[in-house]
Unconditional design. Structure first.
Length: 299
């Protein structure tokens, strides 16, 4: 079955983007900022918070990075204008990290500085392992100079618990996820149970330090365990939130919200929707199968 699923995803990759987009819309708000604002308004109306992400990674020029920072600032301005309960997530390779760390920090400072003016918050996403240390350095600079910034850590990396021990001292604001990049076994756990175990160890370590965390997972086993830990520790709702991707496990999302927990949804949008959507399809081959089946059953 795994081979069949992978084959279906490969088939979907060769389809015209216009066809893929019809189904990819489950995972993205749309191409325009107005699409993201519309989705965030809907989420807020249902008692759900949001973090907005302008899709894109690994820019090839400094001007592209400067433009990407400008787009993130535009998102912050629209969030403020529309009085939405939402913040912004950014990827550092989209802001020129591979073109120079200091240059990247300048773009981050523009975004975080504007967010601070608007009494808002910026989340720095974590990418693959070659940029982990640089990402943490840029995050620490922004945290020291502005304060209103958080970091993402990935539970499948073997280093994560050690990173938390250091970051806890600095009063870090976390999003904890499993991680999606393909990494060598020397630095990353590969088995599902290992990743789950490390996720829970990392979560407990964050709570031990009294730090705020976004519990970002669609794994019901982990969300159930997290809710149990929260109850056992008698934690305030001001110490954590749950986070999920737009269009994924919405039934579970609503169950957690209805249990009285804060829920934030990651809302991606933008012209670079295709690579993101293909990753979502790789994680959910059932949707890829649905696309394939629909093509052959159209009348």
């Amino acid at each position: 079955m795994n081979f069949i699923n992978k084959s279906i995803v490969r088939f979907v990759k060769i389809l015209p983007k216009s066809i893929v987009y019809i189904f990819a819309k489950q995972y993205i708000a749309g191409v325009k900022l107005s699409d993201a604002i519309r989705v965030v308004k809907q989420l807020n109306a249902n008692g759900i918070l949001a973090t907005v992400d302008v899709l894109g990674e690994s820019v090839e020029s400094k001007q592209d990075a400067i433009n990407a920072a400008g787009e993130a600032i535009e998102v912050l301005n629209e969030i403020d204008k529309n009085k939405l309960d939402a913040n912004v997530s950014v990827k550092l390779t989209q802001l020129g990290l591979l073109l120079g760390e200091d240059f990247c920090y300048e773009q981050v400072a523009r975004i975080v500085g504007r967010a601070k003016e608007l009494n808002n918050f910026v989340r720095i996403d974590m990418e693959d392992s070659p940029v982990t240390d640089a990402t943490l350095r840029v995050y620490r600079r922004a945290k020291e100079n502005f304060g209103n910034v958080g970091i993402v850590l990935q539970a499948y990396l073997r280093r994560t618990v050690s990173d938390i021990e250091k970051l806890n001292i600095e009063n870090a604001h976390y999003r904890l996820c499993k991680g999606i990049y393909v990494e060598p076994k020397e630095i990353a756990f590969k088995e599902k149970d290992e990743v789950r175990e490390n996720y829970l160890e990392a979560l407990n370590k964050i709570f031990d330090g009294g730090n705020y965390v976004g519990i970002a997972t669609h794994d019901k086993y982990l969300t159930d365990r997290a809710q149990k830990i929260i109850a056992e520790r008698n934690l305030s709702k001001e110490q954590y939130e749950f986070q999920m991707l737009y269009g994924v496990t919405e039934k579970l999302r609503d169950q957690i919200k209805n249990n009285g927990h804060k829920m934030r949804v990651y809302v991606p949008f933008g012209e670079h929707w295709y690579p993101y959507s293909i990753r979502r399809l790789q994680e959910n081959p059932t949707m890829a199968w649905y696309i394939t089946k629909s093509l052959f059953t159209r009348r």
